[in-house]
Write a protein that binds this ligand. Structure first.
Ligand code: AVJ
Length: 318
């Protein structure tokens, strides 16, 4: 019989997974690193700072849309229902919906970080004393099982922040289909996605003048240095972000300043001056493009709310 893994072994397993993903990504012709590893404690702080930048419009614009239309977004969920949030993090934006829902619904935040869940739960329990909170530690993309007591309830999914924009359209469609099976046939989904717009405004949002996005991008290498081994000279890389018009996405890269070599756990890598590590995609969708993607995934688009400048879209799918 296998012994139950001890916490230390679990941590080791996660390290191994990180190291394996890094070595795999850096071994490809176009070097890549998965963007989910941006969010260690440092990276999460840097991302918080990004959301407050003048140039980074998505977070505040989406919050404005949620605040203006929370009543409509939640009106389809009957009393006794459950609001299920995928990748809830600090659950800040959720308060805009809970202000309407807390008297009649349960809240199920799903997140990989137990700390973030515990903090959010403590804050929400204070603010909404009657709210029934069922945190689930897990990766929303791996479709955790809902507690039995929740399965039969009417469900409203919530996936804000344009997080789905990190996925290719094919992967995004698969994720939407998985959400559909978790939320069952009567369920609805409120999902935020950044809209296509003028290239200059998009590129400003990912090349801010205070260099916070650059620090966020470089933190991926700093994290490898901290958690795997000190492999990178951070001064030998620069941040670059550009809009790829053909693919409809912002791409973030780390550009090698010169010819260099480095090794990670005995695996040797070389880079030429100007060669890049592709670290993130952030896809942008017009309203009709996103609705088409939703339809392909088995959802019916119901309503969409945007801000007055049509920078960001919040969709209701049924
Ligand atoms: C959290 C994925 C929505 O793509 O805009 C912000 C991440 N990267 N600045 C985005 C991000 C650089 C963000 N998402």
């Amino acid at each position: 019989m296998l012994a139950k893994p001890q916490p230390q072994e679990l941590a080791r397993e996660q390290d191994d997974e990180f190291a394996r993903a890094v070595i795999y990504g850096l071994s490809r012709p176009q070097k890549t690193l998965p963007c989910r590893y941006f969010y260690d404690a440092h990276g999460s702080n840097l991302f918080e700072r990004i959301t407050e930048l003048a140039e980074y419009y998505p977070t505040r614009t989406e919050a404005g849309i949620l605040a203006a239309h929370a009543r409509e977004m939640t009106d389809a969920l009957p009393a006794g229902g459950a609001l299920i949030e995928f990748g809830s993090g600090s659950s800040r934006k959720t308060e805009l919906l809970l202000d309407e829902l807390s008297e009649r619904a349960a809240y199920v935040p799903i997140d990989v970080s137990p700390d973030a869940l515990a903090q959010a739960r403590a804050r929400l329990a204070q603010r909404y004393p009657g709210l029934d909170i069922w945190p689930i530690v897990g990766d929303f993309s791996q479709l955790p099982c809902l507690p039995h007591a929740l399965k039969a309830r009417p469900k409203l999914g919530f996936f804000p922040g344009s997080t789905i924009g990190n996925l290719t359209p094919a992967d995004a469609s698969r994720l939407l289909a998985r959400f559909k099976s978790l939320l069952s046939s009567e369920g609805r989904l409120i999902i935020g996605i950044d809209l296509k717009k003028d290239r200059a405004m998009l590129e400003r949002a990912y090349n801010d003048s205070s260099g916070v996005t650059a620090a966020f991008n470089l933190n991926l290498l700093a994290r490898i240095n901290r958690e795997i081994e000190p492999a990178f000279d951070l001064g030998a890389f620069t941040h670059a972000a550009h809009y790829n018009d053909r693919e409809g996405r912002i791409e973030m890269h780390l550009v090698s300043r010169n010819d260099q070599r480095f090794a990670i756990l005995g695996h040797r890598f070389t880079m030429r001056a100007g060669e890049t590590i592709h670290t993130e995609n952030s896809y942008k969708y017009s309203v009709s493009q996103f609705q088409a993607l939703a339809r392909c995934s088995g959802w019916k688009p119901v309503r969409v709310w945007t801000d007055p400048d049509t920078l960001f879209g919040v969709h209701e799918l049924a």
